[in-house]
Design a protein around this ligand. Structure first.
Ligand code: G6P
Length: 362
């Protein structure tokens, strides 16, 4: 077992650490100069041209990747994206308009609710598209088109490398849609190719996170806050720590704090803040100051350029090439924080109680 884990104590740690390599595999051959090779995404240019709207259906971590994808596609390609939890969508009698691409995001490709959404879309004559990790899985087979994340087998129940590769493929899709729809966009492709190296650098500087996690592990409840992409990341961060450390966690859009949650902040309340979105960084920083003023203890994952501006108790600075490319990088310390917190809590990291890797029955 130790050998299978590549010398790591847990599959989750192995899968976190292999992300830089896996990202390289995921991106390989999918770009050319500053362009995305459209066919590598499993769709033709004509199919992309016809997309007027995207409906993402997914569960768990894949749902959170969908939220990142929504922000990227809307900002870069100006195409509206809705993201639904599959178990809700399938029973909602959803309105699907012509020109909508129904896209399933799934690591296993076997999640029953997500599959049901694809079948429902097909019955309504909608084009379906699968972003999955497991080659030949049911969702991949049942969808009209498929793109793989190429993350390799993910064994730990808590998803890590599948999530970040889903983000990378969604980034490629956003760039391809922008080009096909004639939207001017920044040249992100070359920066995208630097992510494996940047991710490796971040992972090489994670020794301090074990101590930070020790401290976090003494709490029963923790809030995760952020804005924009950072809020979507916060949602994944809070799920991770719930899943494996069994610590109750909640993600809040930082600007919503004052509409309720601020009432819960008192001396010592733990908060994990994420600040990588430069366009809203000032706003997030003022939210951090608000919770600090009420005595909160703050762990913060911040863009290196902002680190002197964020007065927190536990600082995790990361270098990012561009705010739109920050999510996969910022996910690394979030995963590490959850991992070490679970270890400090003495939990079974790879096999959390009551959870399954793949939920193939309702
Ligand atoms: C289970 C797993 C999660 C995963 C979710 C969706 O709950 O424990 O880690 O995010 O299913 O799985 P999928 O294979 O569809 O991505």
């Amino acid at each position: 077992r130790q050998a299978e884990r590549g010398g790591y104590a847990h599959f989750m740690l192995k899968e976190i650490m292999e992300q830089p390599d896996v990202w390289g595999d995921c991106l390989l051959g999918r770009t050319e100069g500053d362009r995305v090779v459209v066919e590598e995404l499993g769709l033709t240019e004509t199919q992309l041209e016809q997309v007027r709207r995207i409906q993402v259906v997914a569960a768990g971590t894949a749902y959170h990747a969908g939220l990142i994808g929504k922000a990227l596609i809307e900002r870069l390609a100006r195409i509206p994206v809705d993201v639904a939890v599959a178990s809700e969508f399938r029973y909602q009698d959803p309105v699907l308009q012509r020109g909508t691409l129904v896209m399933a995001v799934s690591q296993s490709g076997e999640t029953a609710d997500t599959l049901a959404c694809i079948n429902l879309a097909r019955q309504q004559g909608m084009p379906t598209y699968a972003l999955v990790n497991t080659v030949g899985s049911t969702i991949a087979r049942e969808s009209d088109a498929v793109v793989y994340t190429h993350a390799g087998p993910e064994i730990a129940v808590a998803s890590t490398k599948a999530y970040t590769t889903q983000i990378l493929v969604l980034t490629l899709l956003a760039l391809a849609l922008a080009d096909v729809h004639g939207r001017p966009r920044p040249d992100l492709v070359r920066s995208l190719l630097t992510l494996p190296k940047m991710g490796a650098d971040i992972l090489a500087e994670m020794e301090h996170i074990e101590d930070m996690a020790s401290r976090l592990s003494t709490n029963r409840d923790v809030f995760y806050i952020g804005r924009g992409l950072d809020y979507a990341l916060a949602m994944e961060g809070q799920l991770k720590i719930k899943e494996i450390a069994y610590i109750h966690a909640e993600a809040y859009a930082a600007g919503e704090l004052k509409h309720g949650t601020l009432a819960l902040i008192e001396d010592g309340t733990p908060i994990v803040a994420i600040v990588t979105e430069d366009s809203v960084a000032e706003k997030s920083i003022s939210n951090i100051l608000e919770v600090k003023a009420r005595g909160a203890e703050v762990w913060a994952i911040v863009d290196d350029r902002l680190k002197t501006r964020v007065p927190v108790d536990h600082l995790i600075p990361i270098r990012v090439p561009n705010a739109l490319l920050a999510p996969a990088l910022a996910a690394l310390p979030l995963q590490m924080l959850a991992y070490w917190t679970a270890v400090k809590c003495g939990q079974d990291v790879d096999q959390p109680r009551n959870l399954a890797k793949s939920v193939t029955v309702e």
